[in-house]
Every structure is written in C-alpha cells, then in structure tokens.
Design a protein around this ligand. Structure first.
Ligand SMILES: [Zn+2]
Length: 94
C-alpha cells in the first residue's frame, strides 16, 4: 500500500531533497531522502535523518569558525576576500 499525506491524503513519493542551510557566509547543501506529497508538497523526513542534519550543521559550524577569510591581491590594489563557500554532502542522508 502507498503511503499517504497527513494533510491532504495525496500520494507520497520517495525523493532526494536538497536542504540548503546558511552558516555565516557559507552554504551547506544536504541531500536527504524524504517522502514528498505529489499534491501539496508536504515533506516527511525520518527522525534519524533529522538528527543527522542537526549534527552535520553543528560540526560544519565548528569547522568553518576555525578558519579566517583569505584576502588575496589579484592585481594593482585590488584585493579579493573569500566570503563564502558551498559544501554538499556526498552521501544521501536517510
Ligand atoms: Zn498532501
């Protein structure tokens, strides 16, 4: 039997969602398996996946805090500063 949406009883489909989290200037993209309602878009993540997302966010926050932005001269009196990076999970969290 197909799983149904709690809100509209539409059919749930298993999908890989990309959750975007901002950590200062940095962006974290976490790929997570979820059940998504075809009709209304309601999204259900497993409890384990939700826990993992919180842990990843905490750990990467510590990692990023320990680095300073790099300022680099690219030509006469023009400097560039790193203001952010993008990280994406390699594994799909489920
Ligand atoms: Zn629905």
């Amino acid at each position: 039997m197909k799983k149904r949406c709690n809100l509209c009883a539409g059919e749930l489909q298993e999908r890989v969602m990309k959750i975007k989290l901002h950590e200062g200037y940095d962006l974290l993209i976490i790929k997570v398996k979820a059940n998504v309602c075809e009709k209304c878009g309601w999204t259900l993540y497993s409890e384990e996946a939700a826990d993992k997302i919180v842990k990843i966010k905490e750990k990467i926050g510590e990692y990023i805090k320990n680095r300073l932005p790099k300022i680099k001269e690219i030509c006469d009196k023009v400097h560039m500063q790193r203001i952010g990076e993008v990280y994406e999970t390699l594994e799909i969290i489920s």
